[in-house]
Design a protein around this ligand. Structure first.
Ligand code: ZN
Length: 176
């Protein structure tokens, strides 16, 4: 992926991509995003979803911190214990964010490997990988898997440009 798009994801989701510049002995993430630019938005949405619980906890903590010492809508004082509890919850959610160990293309689709995960995160990752099966890896337009010496997911235009032959029924594509 283009270096500017790579940088954008790393800066936006530092918890997920904390190993982006890590040691090759410990992580494959040091090689960056090993796929085309067309999947950028899939990754961006995936990461936003993986950040969701943390972002909600962070908003709640910031809200309570601003209101510390004042009464909430039930008339109860927002005390420091409650603020601290919200801070710990935020920290806990941050630690639950999966850390990417490798992001690449394989057999024409996206693979997003993480070091730890739960059912919800696994489902999101699976959804993103399935989206890559219908999204051109080059440009992000609707695409599909192209059979050939190299299996790739491409839109018609990029398939033609890269030598895949589309038959008149618009399927069974090969490249030479
Ligand atoms: Zn395309």
């Amino acid at each position: 992926m283009r270096p500017d798009l790579d940088k954008k994801l790393v800066e936006k989701y530092p918890a997920i991509f904390r190993d982006r510049y890590g040691n090759p002995k410990n992580t494959a993430m040091c090689w960056g995003f090993e796929h085309g630019d067309g999947w950028y938005h899939i990754l961006d949405i995936l990461c936003a979803m993986l950040y969701k619980d943390y972002n909600n906890a962070k908003r709640e903590y910031e809200r309570l911190r601003r209101r510390e010492g004042t009464k909430d809508y039930t008339g109860t004082i927002v005390d420091s214990i409650r603020v601290e509890r919200a801070r710990l919850k935020m920290k806990e959610e941050y630690e639950k964010i999966p850390v990417a160990v490798q992001v690449k293309e394989k057999y024409g689709t996206l693979r997003f490997y993480v070091d730890r995960s739960d059912h919800a995160a696994d489902d999101l990752i699976h959804f993103a990988e399935l989206m890559s099966e219908v999204t051109c890896e080059e440009c992000g337009n609707p695409g599909r898997l192209r059979e050939g010496s190299w299996i790739r997911t491409l839109c018609d235009q990029h398939a033609l440009e890269q030598g895949y032959i589309i038959d008149e029924d618009n399927h069974d594509v090969t490249n030479t």
